[in-house]
Design a protein around this ligand. Structure first.
Ligand code: GLU
Length: 485
C-alpha cells in the first residue's frame, strides 16, 4: 500500500511550490490506489500560526486535493516525540547539550576565524565520553555548562551523527547522491524548552504514519542524509525519496514574490479556476506526450514519476492564463455562474447576498465565455447585462451615436417594440430587413446598437446579446441613445 504525505509548515500561505508538491503526492497516491496524508509541521511555535493552518487547508480544499488522513498536527504529538528522544538517550544515540546560544555563537566565530567547519564542536558529546553522569536520567553534573552558567539550565538534546564515512541518498529523481559524514552536524532533536525539531519529528512521523514515499522539494535534499541516520538509530526501514526540482521565475531564480503572486489563494482572487491551476501546476515538471489540457481523471490515470523532469521548471504566467481561458471555454455555464457571483459582488455589479437568476446568468455567460480569460474579466464583461444602466465609451459614442445612426436606431426601436418573439433569430430578421431597406451594411446598424446597448464597440454577436438582455432593457437603452444623440 503506497502512503504519501504533504507536510507543510504553517509559517505562510499555501504557495505555488507547496501546492505542486501536494499535487504530485496526491496524484501519486490516487494513481496507485494509495493514501494521501496531510500533516501540519508546526513545531516551530514562534513562526507557526493557526491562521496559516487554516489558509493552507483552504488552499488544499480549493484545489480539491482531498487527503485521506489528517490533518495531523505535530504539536499534538509531542508525547510521541519525547518517548523517542528518551529511547535514543537511553541507547546513547543522543546526548544532552548545555552549551548556551552565546557560547555556541562565540565558538562558531572562532572556528570561522580558524577556517574550520562551522558546525557544533561536539563539546558535550566529548564530555559525556569523559564520564559525565548517566544521560538518560537528565542533565549531567560537572558538565561544561554548569561550571559557567546557572545549574538549573535545561539542556537541549543532540543526535550523535557518525563522523566518518559517507551517506548515500538514493533519490527517485536524482539517483545516488553522496554526502560526507564529517559534514553532518550533531543536530538538536529537542530544544532546551522541550520542543522537538523538524529533522527528528519528520522521521518519527513518517515512520509512525507508515509513509512509503517521501515526495518533497529538493530544498530538503540536504536534510535527507541526517534523517537517514535517525531512521537507522531508531531501527526503522527507510522510505523511498523523490526530491522535486524547485520552480523558478523567468530570470531562473527560485520563484518568489518578486516574480508576482505566489500564494495559491491569490490566484483564486485573480479569477483563476482551481482545475486550471492544478493543470498548470502539474505541467511544472510532469509531462505526458504533447498533451496540455487534462481532466482530473486523466491526471490520476497517467501520472508517474517516470515523466517528471529532472530539471527545474520555469513559472510562466502567460501559459497559466492561456490554460485558464481554455478551462473557462470548456466549463459549463451553470458552473461558471456559480463561480462568478463573488466576482460580481466584488465589482459592485450586484450587492452581496442580493441573489441573481442563475439560469439567466448562465445564458449571458454562454455568450462571453469564449473571450474571458479570468473570472474577473468575465464579471467585468457581464456588467452591461446586469446593470440597470450603462456608460458610453467616449470614443465609441462620438463615432457611432450620431445624426446618421439616430434614425436607424429609432426605426429599430419601433420594430422591436412590436416584436413578440425576442429571440436571436427573429432579431436577425428584423436587422436584415432594415439594412436591406436602406442599402447599408449590417455593421452600419449593428455598431451603433452595440454602443447603445453595451457602451462600447466590442461584444459577442449582437443578436445573442439582445436576446439575453431582453426586450425591456433593449428598448430602454435604445431610447437613451436616441436621446443622447
Ligand atoms: N515541513 C517541511 C516544509 O514545509 C516539509 C517537510 C517534508 O516534506 O519533509 O518545508
Amino acid at each position: 500500500m503506497i502512503r504519501v504525505r504533504f507536510a507543510p509548515s504553517p509559517t505562510g500561505h499555501l504557495h505555488i511550490g507547496g501546492a505542486r508538491t501536494a499535487l504530485f503526492n496526491y496524484l501519486f497516491a490516487r494513481n496507485n490506489n494509495g493514501k494521501f496524508i496531510l500533516r501540519i509541521e508546526d513545531t516551530d511555535r514562534t513562526r507557526s500560526t493557526d491562521e496559516y493552518i487554516e489558509a493552507i487547508i483552504e488552499g488544499m480544499k480549493w484545489l480539491r486535493l482531498e487527503w485521506d488522513e489528517g490533518p495531523f498536527r505535530q504539536t499534538d504529538r509531542f508525547d510521541i516525540y519525547k518517548s523517542y528522544v528518551e529511547k535514543l538517550l537511553k541507547e546513547e544515540k543522543a546526548y544532552y547539550c548545555y552549551c548556551s546560544p552565546e557560547e555556541l555563537d562565540e565558538r562558531r566565530k572562532e572556528a570561522m576565524a580558524q577556517g574550520k567547519p562551522q558546525k557544533y564542536d561536539r563539546r558535550c558529546r566529548k564530555l559525556e565520553g569523559q564520564g559525565a553522569r548517566g544521560l538518560a536520567s537528565g542533565p549531567h553534573s560537572g558538565g561544561f555548562a554548569e561550571e559557567n552558567e546557572s545549574p538549573r539550565r535545561q539542556g537541549a538534546v543532540r543526535f550523535k551523527m557518525p563522523q566518518e564515512g559517507q551517506t548515500v541518498v538514493d533519490d527517485m529523481m536524482r539517483g545516488k547522491v553522496v554526502f560526507e559524514n564529517d559534514q553532518l552536524d550533531d543536530l538538536i532533536i529537542m530544544r532546551s524548552d522541550g520542543t522537538p525539531t523538524y529533522n527528528f519529528t519528520v522521521v518519527v512521523d513518517d515512520v509512525d504514519m507508515k509513509i512509503t514515499h517521501v515526495i518533497r522539494g529538493d530544498d530538503h535534499l540536504n536534510n535527507t542524509p541526517k534523517q537517514l541516520h535517525i531512521y537507522k538509530a531508531l531501527g526503522y526501514e527507510i522510505p523511498l525519496f523523490a526530491h522535486l526540482p524547485m520552480i523558478l521565475g523567468a530570470d531562473k531564480a527560485r520563484l518568489s514574490k518578486r516574480h508576482g503572486a505566489t500564494s495559491v489563494m491569490a490566484y483564486k482572487e485573480m479569477g483563476y479556476l482551481p482545475d486550471a491551476l492544478v493543470n498548470y501546476l502539474v505541467r511544472l515538471g510532469w509531462s505526458y506526450g504533447d498533451q496540455e489540457v487534462f481532466t482530473r481523471e486523466e491526471l490520476i490515470k497517467h501520472f508517474s514519476f517516470e515523466n517528471v523532469g529532472k530539471s527545474s521548471a520555469v513559472f510562466n504566467p502567460e501559459k497559466l492564463i492561456w490554460l485558464n481561458s481554455q478551462y473557462i471555454i470548456k466549463s459549463n455555464p451553470e458552473e461558471l455562474a456559480e463561480m462568478v457571483i463573488p466576482f460580481l459582488e466584488n465589482a459592485g455589479t450586484i450587492q452581496k447576498g442580493q441573489g441573481i437568476d442563475k439560469l439567466w446568468l448562465s445564458k449571458a455567460i454562454k455568450t462571453l465565455q469564449e473571450r474571458a480569460k479570468t473570472l474577473v474579466e468575465l464579471a467585468n464583461s457581464l456588467r452591461y447585462y446586469i446593470a440597470e444602466d450603462i456608460e458610453y465609451n467616449e470614443k465609441a459614442k462620438v463615432k457611432f451615436l450620431n445624426e446618421k445612426s439616430r434614425d436607424l436606431l429609432s426605426e429599430l426601436k419601433d420594430s422591436l417594440t412590436s416584436l413578440a418573439d425576442f429571440s436571436a433569430s427573429s432579431l436577425e430578421t428584423i436587422f436584415k430587413a432594415i439594412v436591406e431597406k436602406h442599402g447599408i451594411k449590417l455593421g452600419a446598424l449593428a455598431q451603433p446598437v452595440r454602443v447603445a446597448i453595451t457602451g462600447g464597440t466590442e461584444s459577442p454577436g449582437i443578436f445573442e446579446v439582445l436576446e439575453v438582455l431582453g426586450k425591456e432593457k433593449t428598448i430602454k437603452r435604445l431610447e437613451k441613445a436616441i436621446k443622447a444623440i
